[in-house]
Design a protein around this ligand. Sequence first.
Ligand SMILES: Nc1ncnc2c1ncn2[C@@H]1O[C@H](COP(=O)(O)OP(=O)(O)OP(=O)(O)O)[C@@H](O)[C@H]1O
Length: 681
Amino acid sequence: MASQEVEAEQDVTAHPGLNANGEGSRKRLTLIADRFCVFAGEKQILHDVSVIAKSGSLLAVMGPSGSGKTTFMNTVSGRMPLTSGSITVGGKPVSPRMRKSFGYVTQMDVFFPILTLRQTVEFAARVKLPDSMTEKERRARIDGVIRSLELEKCMETIIGNFMMPGLSGGEKKRANIACELLRNPDVLLLDEPTSGLDSSLAMTLIDLLRRWSIKENKIVIASIHQPSSQIFHVFDDLLLLTDGHISYSGKRSGMVDYFESIDVPFHKHWNPADFMLEIVKGSSENKHHIIEQGARFSDLGQLKSLITADSSRALLDQGAGGDGEDADEVNGYLEKQGNGSSVSLGHVNPAYEEADGKANGKADTHLEMSGPVPIEYVDDDGDERELSEVTRVKWCRQLNALTIRGFYLARSRFLSVFPIIQTLFVGLICSLLWWQITRTEEHISDIMGCIFFLTTNLSFAPLFDAIMSFHEDIMIVKHERRAGMYQIGAYYVAKMATEMPLVIVMPFITLTLVYWIAGLGTGVEYVPFVLGILVNAMACQGIGIFVGLLTDIPKANLTIAFVFMMFSLLLGGFFTTAIPVWLVWAKYLSFIRYCYHFTMLLSMRSSPNFLCATTLRSAYPSCLNGTYLNANNQTTFPSSEIIQYLPDQPLPIWANCLVLLLFLVLFRVAGYLWLRYMKKV
Ligand SMILES: Nc1ncnc2c1ncn2[C@@H]1O[C@H](COP(=O)(O)OP(=O)(O)OP(=O)(O)O)[C@@H](O)[C@H]1O
């Protein structure tokens, strides 16, 4: 056990930063955003934003609420288009293919609430980790990430939501990060990763991300609204936004000097992050001045010189104020706060000084890092590398992962007592109404009523059940699809597979109960009888799936389904023979009609003769002619005559069967096409 854990730990830190050729983690990777603008409709949200993010460093995007942080992250991740400007990585404009190497932890934690953390993370690992990884390696990766994020204790806890208690906000946030870290992306974007975390946990998280970026030589960009002083000092670079404009872009250590250089004096005892937010939120004059001065950061050439010359000091020529000073500043702050021991600077800053020291060619004098992901600073060799090639896992593996998750999701519906109660209730009512129906002419309507009930009940229930099934998933699926986790076809097929048992198990029990209780046949036709109705139930489920996808408004979909149901019932020829001639065609669209006729034909085909009516004049020629007599010398007639004299003549059995199968296939295919091309999920 212990050796397994060691192996797991070793694996997660082994070589995940390497590309397919086993090269690349030592080479530098640079993301450059060059004067990009973003509009939402007519409104400009980001104005000429330029920033440089380098591998092995942590860029923080800061600014007051509404300053454009999320828009920045969405644009870099490719979820929002940029109107002008460019974003390049390794010198190449970022393409959708390249974005597969990006990980994006969104502000909102989008998960299935009824799944446990283990199920959620294992699913993410199945669809994100390459096919070439062995199960052991996959497990080791999961264990490593979970340990790093201190989530071991809540692996069996459900994610939960406001209705169902589950993971805490902070645990959910870390779960979100865990799912992205699993794949070890080249560029990790995090929108407000510390929201919902207490200060100690937030510090640990930022610390972990910073160390991960160094260890794996990755780019980490995190938007943070209001970091603590400790966290602020962990950042390498800063992009400060004010109303979508840059107020500052460069080394974190140069920020205070910069503001002082533009006559915005820094108050010595303030948390620099608070100070910065206060000044950009200050008077409109102040804001205007800061934005005007900040425009220089839109000049990429200028920005490059700032970054490569290690801080705006090069530009501003303002003297010291680098990391060493920052450390003193924070030490002072911590002493004042009296919490120097909980997250000590000894834990944080020396390591960064060590990293910075190496980067700046200083002597390596500081402590060895310890912790969940041991740090091992990677000296880049000066060459620029490209993003690692990420290939999506094979379709069948996606299908497998989605099917397993689908069964977990549907499990509560399988195990629910409600379908069992419903089935038993229906069985009880049916036995009261149709207990061994007498095979006489007077009771033909009872048999037809029973068959009609079975077919309509097992048509409408699956149809209405299916309408909501996609609605519950769609937001999460959209989110996962944006992250490129799987193909929509794999999701759709998995969904079909996991929903199928719901229209088979309980309906099968209902059908079996009613078939024998009512005595609908001699048993010869039992199997095709049950199969036909189950195929119909699946066809109706397909109709429900299709209708459920038509709009995003459940009530609208329910209304469409209700109208279609009424159309099928009223125009199917069940209640009147007086359908207007110009509307006769409509009965062929009635999906209930085919299943009803199929089951009627089957149950009448091989059943014994019916006794002719004694209380009224018979409607059947064989009775009137006395053609058939039974052993008791009573007149009978063959059940086939019932079909023969139906006002609405059914199609042959095979034709009804064919139409049912066509319904089954066509609506499912239509649902897929709608999902893919109309809903663009
Ligand atoms: N689709 C949109 N249409 C119109 N305005 C938008 C749209 N999306 C964002 N905005 C506006 O753009 C501005 C920046 O929004 P954004 O969400 O990027 O800010 P933020 O800095 O992330 O804020 P917070 O810290 O509160 O999350 C806000 O004023 C917001 O109202």
